[in-house]
Design a protein around this ligand. Sequence first.
Ligand code: NI
Ligand code: MN
Length: 233
Amino acid sequence: MTQIAFTWIGHATFLFEFDDKKVLLDPYITGNPSATVKPEDLSPDLIVVSHGHGDHIGDVVSIANRTGAKVITNVEIARWFGKNGLKEGLAVGTNTGGTYDAGFVKVKFTIAFHSSTMPDGASGGFPQGYILTAPDQRKIYFAGDTALFGDMRLYGEEGLAAALIPIGDHFTMGIDDSVRATIFLQPKVVVPMHYNTFPPIKQDGAAWAERIKTETQATPVVLKPGERYVLAE
Ligand code: NI
Ligand code: MN
């Protein structure tokens, strides 16, 4: 088995570990009121970006240029990073439905219902989520910023060890729809994200966890920013 662990940096930023390899999702650390680490504390082997909003891409260029980590994202955002300071050769453009195989993890890009404009107003293509597949074939779904959608059932059919879903409301689905999403996804473990960073997305994590326990089969895992969780085998 692969040892799979993840740390919630805060907001939608997670640092995943697959044995000794690290993947950073949607790095937003500088200016993130809930982050307890600094960008220079992180040395990922790979960075993955779901969409073009500032609260998902803020620290991509500085971390990638320092570490040489490849940045996997959609083609529009990959091209934008190339024009906005990312070292040549680090951006890898993909698109929805496609899979990038990094060896220690496979990243499949899933649909998400949201927007994806870059900070300067350029088009960031379509927003995405990911399914991460570990070498032992366990799968983790990261929904990205999204509304509820019925095709989450299709991702659930893949058999998910964990799902990371937004609950903040206002910019993404809120608590009611996150409970329905959990029923569609049928993950063993469900982790809330994209909440409590700013006033419009304030939510009660404990109340959410109670609803997940009573209304779904999944185990809720509410992390504090900076907290690391090891996925049971
Ligand atoms: Ni967004
Ligand atoms: Mn966001």
